[in-house]
Design a protein around this ligand. Structure first.
Ligand SMILES: NC(=O)c1ccc[n+]([C@@H]2O[C@H](COP(=O)([O-])OP(=O)(O)OC[C@H]3O[C@@H](n4cnc5c(N)ncnc54)[C@H](OP(=O)(O)O)[C@@H]3O)[C@@H](O)[C@H]2O)c1
Length: 165
């Protein structure tokens, strides 16, 4: 399948590929939220409707928001709402780098098209109702890894950047 070098996925994932429960995140990692802000500011972020509604407030400052939903014409402040993955790809095709920020349904559809993954991998499993698609690491090249420990949560995690082979 043809992928797009300028489409990146950014996700915080547990070792069992868990990413969410009850339309919320599984853990609170302040440093990861700072990193998310740093990486996505000034860029376009693409998300499913559930992920938008899970945010405490929107739009996130200084980012173009593209929200995917079947509900035609639904207006969300500061967002462009569109009805398909294909339309999202059209809207971001001329951008240098655009970020798919979730959630599970949207990650699954974009995964084959993404050229880069920015993972925050927490080294323990979590109980969840939403999961990231299983990553076949043989299809990716690791370009960066930083191992960290969060004292408050008491778990280890790593920032891992992967580009598609
Ligand atoms: N760990 C992380 O990094 C991370 C990041 C983001 C989100 N999350 C978590 O992920 C969970 C949400 O994920 P989710 O899978 O429930 O929802 P989601 O992917 O955020 O949104 C799903 C919604 O997007 C719309 N949609 C998706 N594909 C579509 C398509 N092809 N055409 C038209 N509309 C489409 C539909 O909206 P309509 O119902 O309006 O049609 C669908 O109900 C939450 O728990 C959230 O906290 C985790």
């Amino acid at each position: 399948m043809t992928y797009f070098k300028n489409i990146s996925i950014i996700v915080a994932i547990a070792e069992n590929f868990a990413i969410g429960k009850n339309n919320d995140l599984l853990f609170h990692l302040p440093n990861d939220l700072k990193r998310f802000k740093q990486i996505t500011t000034g860029k376009t972020i693409v998300m499913g409707r559930n992920t938008l509604l899970s945010l405490p407030k929107w739009p996130l400052p200084n980012r173009r928001h593209i929200v995917i939903s079947d509900i035609e014409g639904e207006q969300f402040e500061g967002c462009e709402t569109i009805g398909s993955i294909e339309k999202a790809i059209q809207l971001i095709k001329s951008e240098e780098e655009a970020f798919v920020i979730g959630g599970g349904m949207v990650y699954r559809q974009f995964y084959p098209y993404a050229g880069k993954l920015y993972l925050t991998l927490v080294h323990k499993p979590f109980d969840a109702d939403v999961f990231f698609p299983e990553i076949n690491y043989t299809e990716w090249i690791e370009t960066r890894r930083e191992d960290c420990f969060d004292e408050k949560n008491g778990f280890a995690y790593s920032y891992i950047d992967l580009i598609r082979k």
